[in-house]
Design a protein around this ligand. Structure first.
Ligand code: HEM
Length: 127
């Protein structure tokens, strides 16, 4: 199970780095954004993240209803996806693409800090 967690953590940090890189490429209007690898690699990493997360949840019998950090993480994941779509697809103006990038990065940091601290308050507990 340690391997599954290691895969999860690896995918977690790679998805964040990939998000930042794609955001930079979109804002720089680079044609690399349209490259097949740039489009498929994130799907592979995100599938690995989701599947490894689900494997841990099922094998450790974790319930999002009693583990609030887990529920918060799953809900925040939808926000992260939404900001990603705004940045890559829906954002028709540069301002909207910036909102997608900054919003997505903030939600990503929230998820990582919630996972490490096992608290739904995440980094907000420091304010
Ligand atoms: C962007 C999405 C996600 C990120 C960035 C992320 C990040 C992380 C990180 C960094 C850890 C290691 C925490 C630690 O022990 O120090 C972790 C653990 C974990 N994550 Fe995720 N995660 C994400 C999505 C998910 C999803 C969707 C699920 C469930 C379906 C999930 C379930 C878990 C579980 C069960 C653990 C192990 C907690 C433990 O050690 O008890 N994660 N996650």
């Amino acid at each position: 199970m340690l391997t599954v967690k290691a895969i999860h953590v690896f995918c977690a940090y790679t998805t964040g780095l990939g998000f930042l890189l794609r955001g930079a490429l979109v804002l720089l209007k680079s044609p690399i954004v349209q490259h097949r690898l740039t489009k498929t690699l994130p799907h592979i990493i995100d599938s690995g993240l989701l599947v490894s997360g689900l494997v841990m949840v099922i094998s450790w019998s974790l319930s999002p209803l009693s583990q609030h950090w887990l529920l918060a993480k799953i809900l925040a994941l939808f926000l992260y996806i939404g900001f990603g779509l705004l940045m890559l697809r829906w954002g028709d103006t540069e301002r909207n693409r910036w909102v997608g990038l900054i919003g997505g990065l903030l939600v990503y940091l929230y998820i990582v800090a919630a996972a490490h601290s096992k608290s739904a308050m995440s980094f907000l507990q420091f304010f």
